[in-house]
Structures are given as structure tokens and as C-alpha cells.
Ligand binder design. Structure first.
Ligand code: ADP
Ligand code: MG
Length: 247
């Protein structure tokens, strides 16, 4: 991310945010409510249009096509295709209620023409196995617990084989006893080398799983570093004040 800036009316929600995510790394974004964490994820994914700045993946600017020396903005239909390089998991799961778990996972590969339904469904079955839900393939979202729904949502996000998976508070809508099953799936993804960005209030989890912690406040990255740096030796008073409240 290079110099991402975004305002809603007079409110500057992202203020010159630059961040680099090495392939295979796990980055946890922490910070108070309203600090711009969701807007940052949505701007990376182009669900939100940044006012300025851009996102590069392997040297390619997301949402633009290079024509000679000129960058041409892609049409909405084209960005939908490109967005597949990024997968997103939301706080409230956002599953399609009228589709089974298997169909939820298979939907995007079929809809984008990346796979036949038969191939997509066999891959979906493998993904559901990976998140521990083989026995729930034929269940509808309303028949699943929150933790199970979120695991389906993770499988669905992986179905397009994204380069980066973005999680926006993936456990904050869950009953406490269901948090661990979802964090365990995310931890397994982290170990498998998937590049992850996780906005989370689960500070213990961030400390254990993340390579890098980013502390945001007021639309800016106040401080970032290893968990050791941030939790044991914060350099900025605002980081220390936030951690004193949540630890
Ligand atoms: P966080 O995820 O860190 O809680 P958000 O990115 O959701 O923060 O929001 C940052 C700020 O932007 C908040 O003040 C929020 O009210 C505001 N905001 C977010 N989305 C919109 C929107 N679509 N329109 C107007 N203001 C918004
Ligand atoms: Mg948020």
C-alpha cells in the first residue's frame, strides 16, 4: 500500500497509509474503534475507493491496467476479476443464505468462469474439509453455528486462491466459546504460508500468530513492528496507552 488516503466528507479516515506485506507474512492490525482499520481493508480490496494512493501486488497496481507508460483505470467488471487476488472475510460472515455451505464455497469460481460447477464443487469439498466442516457441506447457513458459518466464509474466501486474505474482526460477532475454532483455522492458514492481514481485538492471538503488528489511530499507522517490539517495548505513547487498556 502506498500513501492511501480516504475521506468521508470532512473526516479523513485514512491519512497517508503505506504498508508492505511480504509474501507469506501475517500482519495483525490493531487500534481503537473508528481508527480506520475496516476502511483500510476495504480500500485494499477496492470495496472502497481511496481518494489517493494505490495498492500494488507483485508490481501490478490493483484496479488499473498498464497501457504503455499510462495507467488506465479498469472498469467495474474487470476489477471484479482482479479482486480475486484478494479474499475477504467479514465480521458477520455474509454467507449467501439460500445456498448450502458447499454451494457458498463453489459459487465464485463458477460465477467468474474459473471452474466448471463439478470442479468447483470438488474443490469446495476439499476446502470445507480443510476448515473441519466436511459433515456440513449440505447445511444452509441458518443451520450452522456462528463459528461454523465463519469457517465456511473462510473456505469461500480461499476458493478463488487469493494471493492475500483479509480478515476484518473475524471473531468479534462470535460467542466466546466459538472464537477458538475460527482462530485455529486462521492459525493453520498462517502456518501454511498464506499471506494474511487480520484486523483483530484478539490481542493474545495477534501476539502468537502475527509476524508484524500494526497499530492504527486516527487514520494513520502510529507504529508497527514485531509482536515483541509492540507489546514489550512500544515506542509511541499512544501505542502504550492503547495496550494498557486492552491487555
Ligand atoms: P474501524 O474499523 O477502525 O473501527 P472504520 O474504518 O470502520 O474504523 O471507520 C473509520 C471512520 O470512518 C469512523 O469515524 C467511521 O464512522 C467513518 N466511516 C466509515 N465508513 C463510512 C462511510 N461509508 N461513510 C461515512 N463515514 C464512514
Ligand atoms: Mg472496523
Amino acid at each position: 500500500m502506498r500513501h492511501l488516503t480516504k475521506s468521508f466528507g470532512a473526516l479523513r479516515v485514512l491519512d497517508d497509509v503505506s504498508l508492505q506485506l511480504p509474501a507469506g507474512s501475517v500482519t495483525a492490525i490493531i487500534g481503537p474503534s473508528g481508527s480506520g482499520k475496516s476502511t483500510l481493508l476495504r480500500s485494499i480490496n477496492r470495496l472502497e475507493r481511496a481518494d489517493s494512493g494505490f495498492v500494488l501486488i507483485d508490481g501490478e497496481v490493483l484496479g488499473y491496467r498498464r497501457e504503455g507508460d499510462v495507467l488506465q483505470e479498469l472498469k467495474e467488471s474487470e476489477t471484479l476479476q482482479r479482486r480475486a487476488t484478494l479474499g475477504m472475510v467479514f465480521q458477520n460472515f455474509n454467507l449467501f443464505p439460500h445456498l448450502t455451505a458447499l454451494q457458498n464455497v463453489a459459487e465464485a469460481p463458477v460465477a467468474t468462469g474459473r471452474a466448471t460447477r463439478a470442479v468447483a464443487e470438488s474443490e469446495a469439498a476439499a476446502l470445507l474439509a480443510r476448515v473441519g466442516l466436511s459433515d456440513k457441506a449440505e447445511s444452509y447457513p441458518r443451520q450452522l453455528s456462528g463459528g461454523q458459518q465463519q469457517r465456511v466464509a473462510i473456505a469461500r474466501a480461499m476458493a478463488l486462491r487469493p494471493r492475500v486474505l483479509l480478515f476484518d474482526e473475524p471473531t468479534s460477532a462470535l460467542d466466546p466459546e466459538l472464537v477458538k475454532e475460527v482462530l485455529d483455522v486462521i492459525q493453520a492458514l498462517a502456518r501454511s504460508g498464506t499471506t494474511l492481514v487480520i484486523v483483530t481485538h484478539e490481542i493474545g492471538f495477534a501476539r502468537e500468530v502475527a509476524d508484524r503488528i500494526v497499530f492504527m489511530e486516527g487514520g494513520r499507522i502510529v507504529e508497527s513492528g514485531t509482536p515483541e517490539d509492540i507489546f514489550n517495548n512500544p515506542q509511541q505513547p499512544r501505542t502504550a496507552a492503547f495496550l494498557a487498556k486492552v491487555l
